[in-house]
Design a protein around this ligand. Sequence first.
Ligand code: 2HA
Ligand code: ZN
Length: 271
Amino acid sequence: MKDILTAPFVKEMCDTTANMYRLGWDERNGGNISYMLDEEEVAQYLDINHVLREIPTGFKADALIGRIFIVTGTGKYFKNVKTDPENNLGIIRIAEDGTTAQLLWGYKDGGKFTSELPAHLMSHMARLSVDKDNRVVIHSHPTNTLAMNYVHELDEKKFTHTLWEMCTECIVVFPDGVGILPWMLCGTNEIGEATAEKMKEFRLVIWAMHGIYGAGKTLDETFGLIETVEKAAQIYMLTAGLERKNTIKDEDMIKLAEFFKVDYRKDFLNI
Ligand code: 2HA
Ligand code: ZN
């Protein structure tokens, strides 16, 4: 059996959380990540028949029975993942009943998965229903994206359009736009269900005055999606309130989308 601390998926979780902390997006215990793993790959590092603990999830995830995820722990700080992965991360498998998480590794101090597990697993189910290659869900509190929530209308079309105007490549990176939920209580099945509903349409969902969810095939891709929104939001915040003399026009966005052959939300343009 290989040493799990050398597993690429553990290293990637360490690098991504460290990176997000460094960017100031995940203060204290803010943010959480879930990453679906390949059973054969996990079996190189763990006896996957050895369940350390069983933890109820509080909701049913029938479509994910038997699926294995590496998930950040509740109350744990992104800042600390890299130096102590076994305490701050856990590997869980969804049991036959669809409502129990079988702990295979991690949460060493008796902890458990993020309080946002409903939003994560429901989002995985929603994304898998439209993209069978989806593996990752990331939640974070990126600074400028959050700041923008206070000064920009929280309308999906208008918010997406503003982001697309802020950096040339935005429409290419997230042509499907950004979904938005109103302020809701976090950590609940209700916000999980609402997030998942949006995830059928968008890979990025803003939780108003809280943060953002992103979904994708790899940690890099999902991180990159959130990073691109955050960069656009930063440009917006640096220029909001100033007289705008130039902008990326809708006709320019169409040229980009056609040149890079992306299927974009045409109804989010004004022409
Ligand atoms: O887990 O970010 O939304 C900490 C959070 C909750
Ligand atoms: Zn949060």
